[in-house]
Design a binder for this molecule. Structure first.
Ligand SMILES: Nc1ncnc2c1ncn2[C@@H]1O[C@H](COP(=O)(O)OP(=O)(O)OP(=O)(O)O)[C@@H](O)[C@H]1O
Ligand SMILES: [Mg+2]
Length: 205
């Protein structure tokens, strides 16, 4: 089996930047991997992504949770599991921890309900390692040039994004699967911390 590595954090925390640097490192070192993202990754999931992020219709909290979970069910079965079975490292930009904090914690849905839906959607697939990029949402929005208007989730009040950060810290501090990274450090330092962890876990040399 390959290793399943996920990247979490608020908007503009640096997830995509970090994954891009890792991809470059893996390419240069002939390490077999795939990189994907949530919601999205395969065509039907990108269609769901368009709905959950950009629909101008009202979507209830429970329906939002199920849409993210539906996308996850498809991506897990169609891409992530087969890639792991063929021995690849799978890098995923967001996974179910995002749903736990955005649709669960910050939207007032109980974590036990979220996890029961999640277990059904993923058939119990849990990441081997989750890198959580922690940053004050105000700082993150400043560095990405403001909140993306028109993105239903990103445009929510700052108080929502602080709840998201709170939620991440609560789950990350109590679970050894998480590595908490200070997202205000330089891109190079963060990449080195991630590579160091992957070496310690014998995922790379
Ligand atoms: N360690 C860092 N230090 C300073 N700036 C950074 C760092 N990492 C990323 N950035 C910058 O912050 C912005 C957001 O980064 P990025 O798009 O990688 O975040 P993200 O977590 O993928 O955001 P989103 O949730 O919106 O997809 C970009 O302009 C990026 O260049
Ligand atoms: Mg991103």
């Amino acid at each position: 089996m390959g290793k399943f590595i996920t990247f979490e954090g608020g908007e503009g925390a640096g997830k995509t930047t970090l994954i891009d640097s890792l991809k470059k490192y893996f390419d240069e070192n002939n390490i077999d991997y795939i990189a994907t993202r949530e919601p999205g990754g395969v065509k039907v999931c990108e269609e769901i992504r368009n709905i959950v992020k950009y629909s101008t219709e009202e979507i209830s909290k429970r329906a939002e949770l199920l849409l993210f979970s539906a996308s996850r069910a498809e991506l897990t079965q169609r891409l992530i599991r087969p890639s792991l079975e063929s021995g690849k490292i799978v890098l995923c930009d967001r996974y179910f921890d995002s749903t736990r904090v955005y649709q669960g914690f910050a939207n007032g849905i109980d974590d036990r309900d979220v996890m029961s839906i999640t277990n059904f959607a993923t058939n119990g697939l849990v990441p081997d390692i989750t890198f959580y990029l922690d940053i004050d949402p105000k700082v993150a929005f400043l560095r990405k040039g403001g909140q993306d208007k028109g993105d239903r989730i990103e445009e929510r009040d700052l108080s929502y994004h602080y709840m998201v950060r709170d939620g991440y810290n609560k789950i990350a501090k109590n679970d050894p699967r998480f590595v908490i990274l200070d997202a205000t450090l330089s891109k190079e330092t963060i990449l080195e911390q991630v590579l160091q962890k992957l070496r310690t876990e014998n995922i790379i040399e």
